[in-house]
Design a protein around this ligand. Structure first.
Ligand code: SF4
Length: 389
């Protein structure tokens, strides 16, 4: 879309953070609280934030409800939030409205009501189909709840269904992961997300690790599971389009998340939500009370802003680009960063390609499955060369 200032923007994404969970999972470091009595105040504040947010000069083609657990909200509340944003901002007709669903919070009636409210893509956080792993992760639901949510979503009429899994739990074997993947794929989801369990500081699972109550998988076992997830999903026809994400076709890739990986503009609403309108990134207060107080004082709840200058853009373009199968596109990189990727990193990209960590074609450089396994280490090698730029 061509704006009045002459800048040309791609379509944008709108993100809404719902900061409530029924109980905190042991591995989670996302912002959420378990005091559900604050939901009405939050919804009132969110609607005010929507009204006080300046509509950017772009049309949105995605609306994403993330959290927290968006599905703790009633479908009627989701419907009224959808209506408020559709009235406030400009959207494309083919908008993707996604929502993360916790299997412990829905039944077929609620799923039908969410579809009626406008949600047309859901990702169901099954995480595992093994009860012992669900208990270790501290999930509120059973494997049977996940199966019933997935079947309920189909019965409700959802076509675009994703299933999220977590793997690499202590003691998980290849057979255990295959069992989970086979179960997930048996429902023919359009999308799969498979996240390696990480031990983030401050989480309960990290405390358990430090106390010696659990023993994380060794590096080579974790690496074997990462490769297995990539190979298994490929053998079942899924496109591995981002380190942790797989889709049955281009049409079912997460349109919203793809914006984060490609510098498209996005607005985030709700506590802790981030926004990016080139060249500024800003984010909201991370605590619900601070967020609500700011809005009650008629102030936008922005906590901080940063300018994404050339150096930050360069770092992010490499870091994010190499997470995706699309990789770093040379023309786009040069346009965004004012630097020739192939000239600046000539030796490094050839070395990585020759050793099977990457594929190199005339227009792009992308990591292979083996390269994605070492994504952080590979990215560091690019970053070490940046001071010379
Ligand atoms: S349900 Fe999701 S957001 Fe909530 S605590 Fe668990 S992982 Fe975190």
């Amino acid at each position: 879309m061509k704006c009045s200032n002459g800048a040309v923007y791609k379509t944008g994404g709108l993100y809404i953070h719902i900061p409530f969970c029924i109980r905190k999972c042991r591995y989670c470091d996302f912002y959420s609280i378990t005091d559900l009595s604050m939901i009405p105040d939050f919804i009132a504040a969110l609607k005010q934030e929507i009204e006080m947010t300046q509509a950017p000069p772009i049309a949105f083609d995605t609306l994403f409800f993330g959290g927290g657990t968006p599905s703790v909200l009633d479908a009627a509340d989701i419907g009224s939030i959808v209506e408020t944003v559709l009235n406030r901002f400009q959207f494309n007709a083919d908008i993707e409205i996604s929502m993360e669903i916790n299997p412990g919070t829905v039944d077929v009636h609620k799923l039908k009501a969410l579809l009626t409210a406008g949600v047309n893509r859901i990702t169901i956080g099954a995480q595992s189909f093994q009860e012992s792993e669900l208990a270790l992760l501290g999930r509120i639901h059973t494997a049977a709840d996940s199966v019933s949510a997935i079947r309920g979503a189909r019965r409700a009429g959802f076509d675009n269904i994703g299933i999220d899994l977590i793997y690499g739990t202590p003691g998980q074997s290849k057979t255990g992961l295959i069992r989970d993947l086979e179960m997930a794929v048996s429902f023919e989801p359009a999308h799969l997300s498979c996240y390696m369990l990480t031990y983030e500081p401050g989480t309960l699972i990290d405390e358990m690790r430090r106390r010696g109550d659990i023993e994380p998988l060794g590096e080579s076992d974790a690496a074997a599971l990462f490769e297995l997830a990539g190979e298994y999903t490929a053998s079942r026809g899924y496109i591995h389009y981002e380190i942790s994400n797989f889709a049955t076709s281009d049409a079912y890739k997460s349109r919203h998340n793809s914006k984060y990986w490609s510098f498209a503009p996005y607005i985030g609403l709700g506590p802790a939500a981030h926004s990016f309108i080139e060249p500024v990134r800003y984010w909201n207060h991370g605590f619900l009370k601070a967020y609500i107080n700011s809005i009650l004082q008629k102030k936008r709840p922005i906590e901080q802003r940063e300018i994404i200058d050339r150096e930050k853009r360069l770092l992010e373009a490499i870091y994010l680009g190499l997470r995706t199968s699309r990789g770093v596109e040379f023309d786009e990189f040069e346009r965004m960063c004012g630097l020739s990727f192939t000239k600046r990193f000539h030796d490094l990209i050839h070395e990585l390609a020759e050793n099977g960590f990457a594929s190199l074609s005339k227009d792009r450089f992308a990591l292979t499955l083996k390269g994605m396994l070492f994504h952080e280490a590979v990215v560091d090698r690019f970053f070490y060369r940046l001071p010379e730029i």
